[in-house]
Write a protein that binds this ligand. Sequence first.
Ligand SMILES: Nc1ncnc2c1ncn2[C@@H]1O[C@H](COP(=O)(O)OP(=O)(O)OP(=O)(O)O)[C@@H](O)[C@H]1O
Ligand SMILES: [Mg+2]
Length: 363
Amino acid sequence: MRPDTPRLEIRDLVRSYGGRRVVDDVSLSIQPGQVTCLLGPSGCGKSTTLRIIAGVEMQDAGEIFVDGNLICDTVFRVPPERRSIGLMFQDFALFPHLTVADNVAFGLSGPKPARRARAMELLERVSLAHYADDYPHALSGGEQQRVALARALAPKPRIMLMDEPFSGLDNRLRDGIRDETLTLLKEVDTAVLLVTHEPQEAMRMADEIALMRDGRIVQQGAPYNIYNAPVDKAAVAFFSDINVIRGTVNGALTETPFGRFLAPGVPDGAEVDIVFRPQHVGIDFDRNGHGPNPTAREGVAARGVVERARFLGNESLVEFRMDFDGSTLKATVPNVFLPARGTPLWLTVRRDRCFVFPARGAV
Ligand SMILES: Nc1ncnc2c1ncn2[C@@H]1O[C@H](COP(=O)(O)OP(=O)(O)OP(=O)(O)O)[C@@H](O)[C@H]1O
Ligand SMILES: [Mg+2]
C-alpha cells in the first residue's frame, strides 16, 4: 500500500429512487486521521451516501475502497460487519438491558476479560468508567452519547461514519462533546466521515468540507477555502446571511452604488450578482447628507436608512433600506449597536470580501 493511499475512497457513487438521483456521482477520499464533513441541506443525499458506505444500502453505480482495496461495487460486496467501519448516528440506541460496560463491549470478540478490559479503557477515555456497571437509563443524554462513541470506537474501526451525531444534545454540552470526540478520533487515526447540515459544526470539526446539494458535491476543500472562496451564491448563503446587488457588466467591470467591481471573463451586457456577508459591511454616520470619502479597500459609500436593529449577543444585526433602489441590506456590527429606525447611515463594503457571480446560479 502506498503511503498516501486514502483510508476511504468512494468513486462515482450513484443511487436513484423512483428515477431521481439522490446520490449523483459522488466521489470522496479521506486519509487516516482526517475528518471530512459532508455538509448540505436536508434531503440532499447525505445519509444515503453514508448508508451506502456502511453497506446497509446498495449503490446503482460506483465503487468503495478501504486502504486501496475494493470493498463494494455493483457486483462484489463485503458485508457491513466485515468493513471495519464504526457507525454513530443521531438516534444511537444503547441497549437498555445491558450495562454501560457491556454496551461498549458489545461489538468485540474474544474472551470476556479482554473485552471487559477494552471496554473499560474506552470508558476511561470518555471519563465514564465510574458508570461501567450502571444501566443506560441512569445516564444523561450527553453521557449516553459518550458511551455510544466509546462503543463505536471499541473495535478500533478504520473508518468512522457519523450521521448528525450531536444533534440531540443541547448547545453547551455539544461543543464539549464535539471537541472530545475529535480528540479521541484523531488519537486512533480513524478516517471520519461526518454528516451534518450545520455549517458551524462542519467548520468546527472538519479538516475538509464536502458541500453537497441535490445529490452532488458542489465544492470540496478546507473550511477556510469553502468559506472564503465559495463556488456560487448558494455556497455563500449556506454559511451566513447574504447581501446581493445586481449589476451589468461593461468591459469586465460592473458599476454599482458601492463603486466598481471586477467581473473578469463575463461578457458585456451580462448581469452579475455581487454577493457579500453582513459582517463585511461597514457603517458610518451621516454628515449633513454626506458619507465618508471613497477608499481603495471599501470603495464608495451608499446611504441607507435603518429599518430594524436587533441585538444578538456578540453582535447586532442592522437592516437598511437603501436609498439607491429601496432594497434591503444587512450589516452585523460587533457589540451593541442599536440605532433607531429611520436613522440615515452610510454603508461601505469590504471589496476583498465580495464575490461576483454570473446572475443565474441557484439560491
Ligand atoms: N428508501 C428510500 N426510498 C425513497 N426515497 C428515499 C429513500 N431514502 C431516501 N430517500 C430520498 O432521498 C433523498 C435524500 O435522502 P437523505 O436521507 O440521504 O437526505 P439527507 O441529506 O440525509 O437529509 P437530512 O439532512 O434531512 O437527514 C430524500 O429526498 C429522501 O426522501
Ligand atoms: Mg440525513
